[in-house]
Design a protein around this ligand. Structure first.
Ligand code: COA
Length: 162
């Protein structure tokens, strides 16, 4: 049986913390699909297509990782690709309540679904896309948080967004 897992998130933009989880998941599962949720309620800076491009660029050529986007329920995406495992990163205890609610809601929506939590490397436990965007908009060097190419794209986007 092929062990397929999806790693959903907003990825606005993808960070070294997300990439760390993607690599860890790719070491455990036969197939990992990174799913860019449209997350319109979060009013993302980047379009789903831009976020997909950035994730693809950042992961390079890890054989067993694909990238896709999805507008609806995550449980519906799982059905579509015939998978039942959701990977999420757990950074700090403050993530726990939200993640607990999300995992149990998804389980209620589809009892076959299992959510598996992975801890990123401790260097990335404090990272968040929102803080990286804020720091970049105020001129900080964000090369420790995101790959160089993403830092450039983010800088350009923020310039146009002003
Ligand atoms: N490293 C760095 N940052 C991380 C991280 C990691 N390993 N893991 C999470 N984060 C950060 C993200 O950058 C993001 O930061 P931000 O809020 O400052 O932008 C934050 O943690 C949470 O982001 P993310 O992992 O992208 O999750 P999300 O809460 O935006 O997305 C979905 C949650 C998309 C999985 C969820 O909303 C969903 O499933 N949506 C689809 C609709 C659905 O099925 N709804 C019912 C769900 S019960």
């Amino acid at each position: 049986m092929v062990k397929k897992a999806i790693y959903p998130g907003t990825f606005d933009p993808v960070t070294y913390g997300h990439l760390d989880i993607i690599k860890r998941a790719a070491n455990i599962f036969d197939e990992v699909i990174v799913v860019i949720a449209h997350s319109e309620d979060k009013n993302p800076l980047f379009t789903p297509a831009e976020r997909m491009r950035m994730v693809k660029e950042a992961i390079g050529d890890i054989d067993n990782v694909e990238v896709d986007d999805w507008k609806g329920l995550i449980v519906d995406y799982l059905n579509r690709v015939d998978a039942r495992i959701i990977i999420r990163g757990l950074r700090m205890i403050s993530d726990f309540e939200y993640e607990f609610q999300m995992a149990l809601t998804n389980r209620k929506l589809n009892p076959q679904v299992e959510t598996i939590y992975m801890m990123p490397h401790e260097s990335y436990c404090y990272l968040s896309s929102k803080l990286i965007k804020e720091a970049a908009s105020l001129g900080a060097d964000i090369s420790k948080f995101v790959p160089e190419k993403i830092a450039q794209v983010l800088k350009e986007k923020l310039k146009r967004h002003k």
